[in-house]
Design a protein around this ligand. Sequence first.
Ligand SMILES: Cc1cc2nc3c(=O)[nH]c(=O)nc-3n(C[C@H](O)[C@H](O)[C@H](O)COP(=O)(O)O)c2cc1C
Length: 166
Amino acid sequence: MKEIFSRRSIRKFTEEPVSDAHLEKLLRAAMNAPSACNEQPWEFIVLKNRDTFKQIRTFQRFSAPLDTAALAIVVCGDTTRQKFDGFWVQDCSAATQNLLLEAEHLGLGAVWMGLHPIKHWTDKMKALLNLPEQIMPLGIIALGHPAARVEPADRYLPERIHFEKW
Ligand SMILES: Cc1cc2nc3c(=O)[nH]c(=O)nc-3n(C[C@H](O)[C@H](O)[C@H](O)COP(=O)(O)O)c2cc1C
């Protein structure tokens, strides 16, 4: 799948908006991710308000991509929708990666910006977005049309592969 190998984090975007049709495709891809016991514990908060972006910039110090992003999606997990504690993180990470790959497929740019497990950041995000107690923000995806291309990276390391035992 070529998108796995061409995708890079994009942190600067043009002023072109992301269409609603593309937004739906991104969210459909995210929600098609695998999840533990097929619980699908994800919730997505779509942000376009630049004041909200500015507020996030005050506490998540690696969120500069929001300065030019057309929109952002906060990927959250509902901690009450899991059979085994803690799997919401993997589930929502799989959804995030699906969304990033769909963005690449659509010619959009995106970057995953972490929140969980930095409690200070998740507390601030919960307060900012009025999230209910059981809804945990995993991360923010900044999205838009890329202002510049980032070259693909080859990270294949055969020495990291172990057969049968370490
Ligand atoms: C859990 C996680 C948190 C990240 N947080 C940030 C972030 O806060 N700000 C940022 O600019 N990039 C962030 N990134 C993107 C990484 O820096 C990036 O994926 C990594 O440098 C590899 O580059 P690539 O995505 O272009 O392949 C994060 C990525 C992950 C998976």
